[in-house]
Design a binder for this molecule. Structure first.
Ligand code: FMN
Length: 326
């Protein structure tokens, strides 16, 4: 049996509203081996909402990590247990998201200033699951923008049993910037992440933020254990096949058309269960980015996928707008 719990060399970032299960299915076709993450799900939503629906994923998505948001150790442990029982390979705690909604719930990036509380969550979660409990964090928040602050946060959580940290190499500014601005404005500081690995070589450090090419990945992998790619993988999905070629199992590169055709049975199955076509095709708009016909593909899907009664015929017609060899 494949051991999915090994540290990921290349992973795709959790992205709210983007890396839903339809997106992850599509990404998995493009790269059989990258490590995938769910969007953040709050521990409270898992307790009070439809947990089975929130946790749904396809077997092919392995290796797949569930990202949880929250700061109540008991609730976090319950959520972790639900995720482990469902079959996730890793539970990740969100200590990186700066949105107002997240801060009012006392989780996300603001928790960097409460390392002991996060450590209590780690301890509680680890006591009920056998899979790795990891943390995704920033390099700092607001005026806490130095190596010592990051180091203290990491040490507290290492002592609680966390041995893998995904570090977005930007600080978060908790007041005044939107989440989007918080992914653009604070400057990237890769050296701080590298230093963490140099000083704590026994800890698995995965670098995130601004990784946009194979050369970027290679450069960071000389310093840290893994890289996590966010926007580049979503906006240019073909990048996933390049990641697979460079770091995966050496599978033959598929064609874009073949990927679309492989999506068709999945789309039919999901639509029969009530999914809307546009909720799946929205993740596929960038598939032909940079290729002849990319605009026609994008436009056709955007204009037709929401039409009532449209099914896989919409994709089949969209394919006819493209040169055959793409
Ligand atoms: C649309 C969007 C939603 C995001 N949602 C989450 C989230 O749910 N949890 C999280 O930890 N980070 C979230 N992020 C941040 C990413 O995981 C990642 O840290 C960030 O985009 C930087 O990586 P990149 O430069 O490769 O995109 C989100 C990013 C985007 C663009």
């Amino acid at each position: 049996m494949t051991d999915y719990t090994r540290p990921a060399r290349v992973s795709i970032a959790p992205m709210m509203d983007w890396t839903d299960r339809h997106c992850r299915y599509f990404m998995r076709l493009l790269s059989p081996s990258v490590h995938l993450y769910t969007e953040m799900v709050t521990a409270a939503a898992l307790k009070h909402g439809d947990a089975q629906k929130l946790l749904q994923f396809e077997l092919c998505e392995h290796p797949i990590a569930l990202q949880i948001g929250g700061s109540d150790p008991k609730l976090m442990a319950e959520a972790a247990k639900l995720g482990a029982d469902k079959g996730y390979d890793e539970i990740n705690i969100n200590v990186g998201c700066p949105s107002d909604r997240v801060q009012s719930g006392q989780f996300g990036a603001c928790l960097m200033s409460q390392p002991d509380l996060v450590a209590a969550c780690v301890g509680a979660m680890k006591s009920v699951v056998d899979i790795p409990v990891t943390i995704k964090t920033r390099i700092g928040i607001d005026d806490h923008d130095d190596y010592g602050f990051l180091r203290n946060f990491v040490i507290a959580n290492v002592e609680a049993g966390c041995s893998t940290f995904i570090v977005h190499a930007r600080k978060a500014i908790l007041a005044g910037l939107s989440p989007k601005e918080n992914r653009l404005i604070p400057p990237l500081n890769y050296d701080r992440v590298y230093r963490l690995k140099q000083e704590m070589p026994e800890i698995t450090i995965i670098l995130n933020g601004g990784v946009a090419s194979i050369a970027d990945c290679q450069r960071h992998l000389e310093q840290v254990d893994g890289v996590m790619v966010g926007r580049q993988a979503y906006q240019q999905p073909w990048f996933l096949t390049e990641l697979e070629q460079a770091f995966g199992n050496g599978n033959a590169m598929p064609s874009r058309h073949a990927i679309v055709r492989q999506m068709l049975p999945y789309i039919e199955k999901e639509m029969a269960l009530g999914a809307e076509l546009k909720h799946i095709t929205r993740h596929m708009l960038g598939l032909y980015a940079g290729q002849p016909g990319a605009r026609a593909w994008r436009r056709y899907l955007s204009e037709h996928a929401h039409r009532i009664g449209g099914g896989i015929d919409v994709l089949e017609t969209a394919l006819t707008k493209l040169p055959q060899a793409a």
